[in-house]
Design a protein around this ligand. Structure first.
Ligand code: ATP
Ligand code: MN
Length: 462
């Protein structure tokens, strides 16, 4: 039997016609005369009301249903007199697939906390909150691809298993098939990874950047969007051990092009989510964060301020604020500084460029002043840094001298240096943690609530 999606039924111009749906019961109210069900199939937030009158053949079946049961319903689409929804289904047939014991079903209608729901992460998508979050996440992910594809960027599937640690971006997860109880050892006692699967030490990737730079040097504008792993032992509301990263890279482009791309990108994703997920976004705003929609609208309406790091430091010094971390040129900006710039000084998003070389990665293009690099970070109100990017160093000598200064082994990066040996070109890109973006879009305060099954220190359940 051909089923209809509830969201499609509710989008019809008028009631009428026979319909078939299937989903999970969210609520049931019944009396001797009538049963009201709310059935949700995941296609929207509200589900649809199903009315089973006493004279329907399926009336007794309907009375058996409880929250969490799975059911298919056939009937007529009729106008809903209650006015909460446009249409409801007047049921004539009902098929129960599976009941859910109310004594043990973990997701009852009563108010449940987000903390509790993390312990039943396999069932939390059945709540309004997680249905909304994951529909928004899907729409955002689709919009990421559409944004780049519409502009001719080529999606590069960068490797998950790598041997290079991109810039020492984070703690690495080792990939090995050696027996942990008795690994082969070298004479000096160290583990002999030449015996390992790849014949060398390998890790899960912390960033796809070095790989997209390679493809940028042939295909022009490219991007990667995939999982990234960091074994950082930081139990914060903004860090996961496994998260998804978006990293575009543009050839023959400079830091100004990079800023333009990032600003356009962020506005595009926000606009699509507000347009296509209005019901979910209103629910999230109402439930968790009344400022959510105005904050997103404000970003769309604003032109991102652009200042250098040196200007940012001057603004912070002049502010007279007693920051916890006192400001001085050369320090990395802390969240309190980033938030002051966005929320109090510029009242909107800010792009900070030209950071001190010492606090940024080796591959960033060195400025002529010998002190700063062509980095750009985008700071958002309420969040701080949301995007980090840069123009890359395309001068072989400068790149090598920086790597030497940092004690990096050139041999490891021979292929990366080849890009500067053969047909080098200006290029730039940025990195954006997808879950941080989804947090910003949904207003969820804990990053564990915007990914299906979060991986964090001491937790890989489900
Ligand atoms: P942070 O200072 O927040 O730890 P970072 O400087 O380590 O971030 P980058 O190495 O620049 O981050 O990584 C690029 C982007 O990936 C960041 O801007 C952020 O959005 C995201 N990101 C980094 N680490 C994590 C993590 N552990 N979990 C989720 N997202 C992350
Ligand atoms: Mn980090």
């Amino acid at each position: 039997m051909k089923r209809q999606r509830i969201s499609d039924l509710l989008a019809r111009p008028e009631a009428g016609g026979d319909v078939d749906i299937a989903g999970w019961v969210r609520t049931k109210r019944d009396s001797k005369e009538i049963v009201f069900l709310n059935v949700n199939d995941g296609s929207n937030l509200a589900g649809i009301q199903v009315v089973v009158p006493r004279d329907a053949a399926c009336f007794e079946d309907a009375r058996k249903l409880t929250t969490g049961a799975s059911v298919a319903v056939s009937g007529r689409l009729v106008d809903s007199p209650g006015g909460k929804q446009r249409f409801e289904i007047l049921a004539s047939g009902l098929r129960i697939y599976g009941l859910a014991d109310p004594a043990t079903y973990p997701i009852q209608k009563k108010k449940i906390t987000l903390e509790y729901l993390r312990e039943v992460a396999h069932l939390r998508p059945r709540t309004n909150t997680f249905g909304a979050v994951f529909r928004v996440r899907n729409t955002a992910a689709d919009a990421v691809h559409r944004f780049f594809q519409e502009r001719g960027f080529v999606w590069i599937h960068t490797p998950i298993i790598t041997s290079a640690d991109a810039e020492g971006a984070g703690e690495l997860f080792r990939v090995t098939v050696l027996d942990p109880a008795s690994p082969p050892r070298m004479d000096d006692g160290r583990v002999d990874y030449r015996e390992d699967f790849f014949g060398r030490e390998t890790y899960l990737t912390v960033s796809g950047q070095l790989a997209v730079e390679n493809f940028c040097s042939a295909l022009g504008n490219v991007y990667t969007f995939g999982p990234t792993f960091r074994a950082e032992n930081s139990n914060t509301t903004r860090h996961l051990a496994e998260f998804w990263m978006i990293e575009p890279e543009m050839a023959f482009a400079d830091i100004h092009d990079d800023m333009d791309l990032a600003e356009e990108f962020l506005k595009y994703i926000i606009a699509v989510v507000l347009r296509d997920r209005a019901e979910d976004m209103s629910f999230l705003a109402e439930r968790y964060d009344p400022e959510l929609l105005p904050r997103l609208e404000h970003i769309l309406a604003s032109t991102f301020a652009r200042i250098t790091y040196t200007e940012a430091v001057e603004i912070l010094e002049r502010s007279g604020r007693p920051f916890q971390f006192p400001v001085r040129w050369g320090m990395d900006l802390q969240t309190e500084h980033e938030r002051y710039l966005c929320e109090e000084h510029f009242m909107g998003p800010v792009i900070v460029t030209d950071y001190p070389m010492e606090i940024k990665a080796f591959y960033m293009k060195q400025n002529d002043d010998g002190k700063t690099v062509r980095a750009m970070d985008i700071l958002f109100p309420g969040v701080g840094e949301i995007v980090g990017g840069s123009q890359r160093e395309d001068d072989l000598e400068k790149l090598v001298s920086r790597m030497r200064a940092l004690g990096m082994r050139e041999e490891t990066y021979w292929w990366y240096l080849d890009l500067r040996r053969y047909g080098t070109h200006p290029h730039c890109g940025f990195g954006l943690g997808f879950e941080r973006l989804v947090q910003f879009l949904t207003g969820m305060s804990n990053i564990r609530d915007v990914i299906p099954f979060p991986r964090t220190p001491k937790n890989a359940d489900f």
